[in-house]
Write a protein that binds this ligand. Structure first.
Ligand code: 5GP
Ligand code: ZN
Length: 114
């Protein structure tokens, strides 16, 4: 999608600090980090929400999750613990409608969020 911010990051038209890339997913640092590690993992293909991705291509959703866990390993937080969040829809705070997994860690995280 030409007017999608995260599609532009995938295409290299908007700069981002990319930490991992695979044939199906890209991981980059959130521009406004909420924890010492805050990385977004997105599929290269455009799907608006996690729900729509799950319906359209569950294997791609699995690939995004696998990359999210690899990010945690790369960042050294796999042992201490981390959170993977898919904000889905407006009331959940989703602002970019290209599905993305937030990988958050590096400090104690509050529960429940929100
Ligand atoms: P959402 O609120 O949709 O779950 O998450 C969107 C995330 O994208 C936010 O955490 C926000 O900080 C991040 N974000 C928005 N614009 C940009 C950008 O241009 N570059 C990067 N790296 N992150 C962005
Ligand atoms: Zn997109």
């Amino acid at each position: 999608m030409t007017d999608c911010l995260f599609c532009k990051i995938v295409a290299g038209d908007v700069p981002a600090t990319i930490v991992r890339e695979s044939d199906r997913a890209v991981a980059f640092r959130d521009i406004n980090p909420q924890a010492p590690t805050h990385v977004l993992v997105i599929p290269r293909d455009h799907h608006p929400t996690a729900a729509e991705l799950a319906a359209a291509d569950p294997e791609l959703l699995a690939a995004v999750l696998v990359e999210a866990h690899r990010v945690a390993e790369d960042e050294g937080i796999a042992g201490t613990g981390y959170r993977i969040v898919f904000n889905t829809g407006e009331q959940a705070g989703q602002t970019v409608f290209h599905v993305h997994a937030h990988v958050l860690g590096g400090r104690g995280l509050n529960w429940p969020p929100g």
